[in-house]
Design a protein around this ligand. Structure first.
Ligand SMILES: Nc1ncnc2c1ncn2[C@@H]1O[C@H](COP(=O)(O)OP(=O)(O)OP(=O)(O)O)[C@@H](O)[C@H]1O
Ligand SMILES: [Mg+2]
Length: 242
């Protein structure tokens, strides 16, 4: 097993006017290549802040983040933009699809933006992903013609189009009913079983039970971790931490 993500003493302080808020207060953690980790914790505990920093969307106040060969705090904005585009796939709670583009065009967009692929290759990969996610028949539709679960599958296909080394998912099932949520998690699990490293934030013990590792964050600190665990034991651990 190799370490894909190494977070060392990560701190993030937000300053709003004269008010300072320490969202992350010194988090250290390793994620192994091929892991499927869930991050849990109460609202405001710093989960999204951590995800955004690991994905190069935001900068820490101090501390270090290494993802593969990349040491993020040493990188320029341009280098970070390339890193985000080519190495990281993002899935969010509110799908964030482009409404006036077809499903297929949404999936292909990051590949066109990244450059370096010809259109035939991109079309082939998007068709494969849509097929794999069971939405090939929706390729010509627009996002508003799809159910929430279908939209999230489009967002997942889009996140995988550039074959990222890391998938970051922030509450990917937060806006879905439990059955559609399970479908999305089943898909993530399948990608993980084929070697994809996934870091997922969730409020739901049901969702976290699909992960191999569960990390618990409280007030900007990593307070506990579980390796494997069913829904009931994860829910119990959450109660114990309160
Ligand atoms: N841009 C910002 N400016 C100021 N404070 C912020 C900013 N972003 C987040 N915060 C604060 O930092 C803390 C952590 O926020 P974060 O979004 O990481 O929490 P979270 O664990 O993802 O919560 P939720 O489960 O509600 O999504 C919160 O108290 C939040 O108000
Ligand atoms: Mg959040």
């Amino acid at each position: 097993m190799t370490t894909l993500i190494r977070v060392s003493d990560l701190k993030k302080t937000y300053q709003t006017g004269s008010v300072r808020f320490e969202a992350l207060r010194g988090i250290s953690l390793d994620v192994q290549s091929g892991d499927f980790s869930a991050i849990m914790g109460q609202s405001g505990s710093g989960k999204s802040t951590l995800m955004h920093i690991v994905g190069g969307l935001d900068k820490p106040t101090s501390g270090s983040v290494r993802v593969g060969e990349h040491t993020l705090e040493t990188m320029s904005e341009t280098q970070l933009a390339i890193f985000r585009r080519s190495q990281v796939g993002f899935v969010f709670q509110f799908f964030n699809l482009v409404e006036n583009l077809s499903v297929q065009a949404n999936v292909e967009l990051p590949a066109l933006l990244a450059g370096g692929w010809n259109r035939r290759e991109i079309r082939k990969r998007s068709a494969e992903l849509l097929e794999r996610l069971g939405i090939a028949s929706q390729a010509g539709k627009h996002p508003w013609e799809l159910s929430g679960g279908q939209q999230q599958r489009v967002a997942i296909a889009r996140a995988f189009i550039n074959q990222p080394m890391l998938l970051l998912a922030d509450e990917p099932t937060g806006n879905l009913d439990s059955a559609s949520g399970d479908e999305v998690l089943k898909i993530l699990k399948e990608f993980n079983q084929q070697g994809q490293t996934i870091l997922m934030v969730t409020h739901s013990a049901q969702a976290a039970a699909w992960a191999k590792t569960v990390l618990f964050i409280q007030d900007g600190l990593l307070v506990d971790r579980m390796d494997g665990g069913d829904e009931k034991s994860i829910a119990q651990r959450l109660v114990d931490l309160r």
